[in-house]
Design a protein around this ligand. Structure first.
Ligand code: FE2
Ligand code: FE2
Length: 195
């Protein structure tokens, strides 16, 4: 079934079928936007990278104890291509799967998943509450403050950056740029427009 490629509409409907929690949907949209940004940057398939980002935590709300495993089951049943499924599984490498990120697409997903959470949290404590005017420097400051967004595993992000051969500044900048593309949908457009 390698020829079948899911559409954005299908993927989003599937996401909504398994997720009600608004913060999880925003996380999915943030990861999608960043994956699209990186795909564009390296001249790869934006749609494919984006959909994988959108769906990567599909099972998390309903099956947190079987995270990744359930998504694999659901996507297989729907004939999603094997490389899409592998990529989704690889974001949980060392946590809920033993699928090590290999392709550039997988490494990017691994590196930016947790990072989108740190960037969103950083944006929300800024006066503008926005990613639109935010720089890597702000994230760097919060990166060092381990008590800030303590649930964000810095070691995973660092490991992802190392896999990609990127320094943190570059990774932060690209991830912010990706999140800007979906700023409104993920609630990080800030209060600029209201003024
Ligand atoms: Fe996950
Ligand atoms: Fe995630």
């Amino acid at each position: 079934m390698e020829t079948y490629a899911p559409t954005r509409k299908e993927a989003f409907e599937l996401l909504k079928e398994y997720n009600q929690d608004e913060s999880l949907i925003k996380h999915a949209l943030a990861v999608e936007a960043v994956m699209r940004h990186f795909a564009k940057k390296v001249g790869e398939d934006e749609e494919k990278w984006g959909l994988i980002g959108l769906i990567h935590d599909l099972d998390y709300e309903m099956f947190p104890q079987q995270h990744c495993k359930k998504t694999e089951e659901i996507l297989k049943k729907r004939n999603w291509p094997a490389d899409y499924i592998r990529a989704v599984l690889s974001h949980g490498w060392g946590i809920c799967t033993d699928v090590e990120p290999q392709s550039q697409m997988e490494k990017v997903l691994y590196a930016i998943d947790e990072l989108t959470g740190l960037i969103a949290a950083t944006a929300l404590v800024r006066p503008s509450k926005s990613v639109l005017d935010m720089k890597a420097k702000s994230v760097k400051k919060k990166w060092k403050d381990k008590s800030f967004a303590a649930g964000v595993d810095r070691a995973i992000i660092q490991k992802g950056a190392d896999m990609l051969g990127m320094d943190l500044d570059e990774l932060f900048t690209d991830t912010i740029m990706g999140m800007r593309q979906a700023a409104t949908e993920i609630g990080l457009q800030g209060n600029n427009q209201d003024e």
